[in-house]
Structures are given as structure tokens and as C-alpha cells.
Design a protein around this ligand. Sequence first.
Ligand SMILES: *[C@@H]1O[C@H](CO)[C@@H](O)[C@H](O)[C@H]1NC(C)=O
Ligand SMILES: *[C@@H]1O[C@H](CO)[C@@H](O)[C@H](O)[C@H]1NC(C)=O
Ligand SMILES: *[C@@H]1O[C@H](CO)[C@@H](O)[C@H](O)[C@H]1NC(C)=O
Ligand SMILES: *[C@@H]1O[C@H](CO)[C@@H](O)[C@H](O)[C@H]1NC(C)=O
Length: 422
Amino acid sequence: MAAAPSLFKFLLVLLASAVKALDKVPANETFRYVNQGEYGEFINEYDATYRTTLIGTSPFQLMWYNTTPGAYFVALRMGTSRSESVRRWVWEANRGRPVGENATLTFGTDGNLVIAEADGTVAWSTGTANKGVVGLRVLPNGNIVLYDKKDRFLWQSFDHPTDTLMIGQSLPVGGAKKLISRKSISDGSPGPYTLVMGTDSPILYVDASPKPLPYFRYDPDMGYSKTNGRVTFQYNAPDNVSYELTLNGRILTVTKYDSVLSFLRLEPDGDLVIYTYDDRVDYQAWEKTFTLFTPVNFLSACYKPARCGSLGVCDNEMCVGCPTEKGLLGWSASCAPPQRGSCKVGANHKYFKVDGVENFLARYTTALNATGVDDCRRRCSADCKCLGFLFWEEASKCWLAPVLGTLDKVSNPKHVLYIKSK
Ligand SMILES: *[C@@H]1O[C@H](CO)[C@@H](O)[C@H](O)[C@H]1NC(C)=O
Ligand SMILES: *[C@@H]1O[C@H](CO)[C@@H](O)[C@H](O)[C@H]1NC(C)=O
Ligand SMILES: *[C@@H]1O[C@H](CO)[C@@H](O)[C@H](O)[C@H]1NC(C)=O
Ligand SMILES: *[C@@H]1O[C@H](CO)[C@@H](O)[C@H](O)[C@H]1NC(C)=O
């Protein structure tokens, strides 16, 4: 049979021409950076040390950075090199998956951007090998894009948010993508707070078992809108006199100077903050142009779940008391719910009472209908995750609390908390 080999040959030629037709990254546009050598000399956010690459567009630059010895991340840094101000980290590629000394950042002719350990183990990649990518660039708004021959973005960092939204970056409504806070200043892995674009409003959640609990949402009537099911962090200067930073229509803040170099971040403490960079000045170029939990916004720092750590009474922005079985003592960072042994469901738990307080549960979570305080107590005792319960004596409203956290002092003494002790 002579037909089979010639057909086979024909298919081979066809295949070869198909591979040839596939677009490649020109060799002079590829790069490979090894994570080794001297650290940079400038001051960076989180006291991070860094090693630079040549990838960037002012004021953004891609870097290796670390806050812990031997645990490196590839991240985008914001701030000009001449500036004497701190430079901030606005996006991270291999978040939660650090690599070591001599790791590599490679952009090959196949169009895949890859972070690998020194031994070649891949830690992170854009997954764009042989998809038609012909180049990579950093846009002036901080979006890192991999584009094809027709300049369509086959991958963009804006689709992979960390804890930050840049101007022009959006989140889909419904929570398929969200901002997740850092665990702490020194630990950039995903922390307990999330920002989700809800159907009627942006919502902030704190991790809790069995499910995350809301600790802030905007009033739905406050001009929240969506475009194509997405909410975008935007900059708007209608008359070159005032400069607005908005979530779609909703104005978060108005600045006196051009604030196009701004970003919105969910902070490690659960606050929502806008940082604005003024690239005309070298010294103190950053300003916090928006903070969610401040009296200016008719909100208090006392509304942040962990303003007072795992437990504390908060009044006038300050942590003022630590509730204990012996009464209210002075607050310190070690204030915590009582240590309890292994939980026995239905055991006769003891509780102690704190008068005139609420926490975030009462503001954003629907109450249980209890027949009275004994009913609410019984439900908490039946639930090992319940650390205590909020009770509104005048309305018999009951909230079981898997998180206690900051207790906001309120004027109504009938809004009380019972903390489970033994
Ligand atoms: C690569 O080569 C092309 C064509 O010669 C040129 O237009 C482009 O600027 C070069 N890129 C770099 C990064 O040198
Ligand atoms: C990194 O590679 C260099 C050689 O390029 C080598 O001298 C050094 O020991 C390596 N460092 C580590 C931690 O493996
Ligand atoms: C605002 O400034 C920009 C750039 O300087 C200019 O092009 C635009 O016409 C100005 N708009 C108004 C309303 O003055
Ligand atoms: C509580 O009771 C009210 C009115 O009696 C009712 O409208 C509401 O749905 C109830 N809530 C729950 C969670 O059962």
C-alpha cells in the first residue's frame, strides 16, 4: 500500500505548516531574569528587599521582592525611581507560592510567562504557551498584558486581582473574582478579608466558619451601577478642577489635584483605602485620599471586625476595655475570648454579659427570631462554633457569633452580648 505513507507525509507537511503559521514572540522581545545578586537600595512598602528587572512603564516596574528570607515573589511596584518616597506593591504574580534564590522569570518565544524554581519546577505561569502571544507590555495604568498580532489581550494582570484595584480595573458582579487582603504587612499570602461586588453594592466580608460574614456594604441607593456586569475603579476629571475616584458612578473621593495615579486597596486590617501618587513631587509623593472606616464617612474604626484584635470594647475610635468574667478590664492586644476546653454540644455553658455593645453581625446579618434570651442562649450552647451571642432585649433579636472581635459601644443598654465562658 503506497497510499498510506504518502497520506502520512501529506499530513506531516500540513502539520508543519500549521505550526509555522502560529505566531511567536520575536527573539529580541523574550527575556529571562534570574533571582540573584545585589538588592536594590530604595525604600519599599512592607520593608521589602527587591531585585529589579527592566520590565515596566513609569511609574510601574516588575520586580522580585521578599519580606521573609528566601521567599520571593514577582510583583509590580509603583513609584518613580527618582522619587524619595516609598514605592508600593500593587500586584503580585505568584501570590502565596514563594520561590527561592536563583528562581527564574522567563518569557519565551512560545508566549508563556513563567516563574520557576532554580531546579526548573514551575511555580506560576500565565498558561499562554502557543496561543498566539507576540509580546508583553506594561500599560501606563499598571495592567501587564500579553497581546497577539492584532493587539488583542490574551492575558492581563487586571483579570487576576490580588488586594488592589488600579484605575480601569474591574471586578465582575457576583464574586467570581474578588480582592483578598494580605495576611499581614510581612505576610502577603491571602488573609481574612475580601471585597466582592454584590448585586446592589460592594460588600466586605471577614472569614468565619461556616461562611464569610459581611462587615460592610454600601447603601444600595447610593448610586452604585454596573456596566456589562462589572464594577470598575475609575478616574474622572470633568472640568480639570476636581478629580473624582469612583466605583462606576459612586464617588469614593474627590481630590484637589490630578489623581490618575491612584489605587484602591483592601488593607491587611480590613479597611478599604485609596493611595494617590503625585509624580510631580519627589518627597512624600503618596497621600491616602480615601479611608472607608473613618468618621468623615459616617463610619468608625470601631466597625472594623479586628480593630481591637480578637476581643475588645471600642469607643470613639479607641479600644477602651476588655470584657472578662470579673468585669471590664483595661484593653491590651492580648484581650481574647475565654479559653474553653473541648466543646460538648448542649452542655450547660456559662456566659458573662457585656451591656451596651454591638459588633458587625448586628449591622449586616439578619437576626434569628428567638422567643427570648434563654432560647438564644440554648441555640448558642448547641453550637460549638458559637463564641457568644448578641441579644437585643427590646426586640428579642438574636445573633450567634462565631467571631466576637471589636465590640462597638452603643448608647442603648439593652443591646447586650453574652460571652461563652465554660
Ligand atoms: C525587536 O525587533 C523589532 C524589529 O527589528 C523592533 O521593532 C523592536 O523594537 C525590537 N524590540 C526590542 C525590545 O528591542
Ligand atoms: C545561585 O547560583 C549561583 C551561580 O549562578 C551559585 O553560585 C549560588 O550558590 C546559587 N545560590 C543558591 C542559593 O543556590
Ligand atoms: C482638561 O485638560 C486636558 C489636558 O490638559 C485638556 O485636553 C482638556 O481640554 C481640558 N478640559 C477642560 C474642560 O478644560
Ligand atoms: C422573623 O420574624 C419576622 C416577623 O415575625 C419574619 O418576617 C422573619 O422572616 C423572621 N425571620 C427569620 C429569620 O425567621
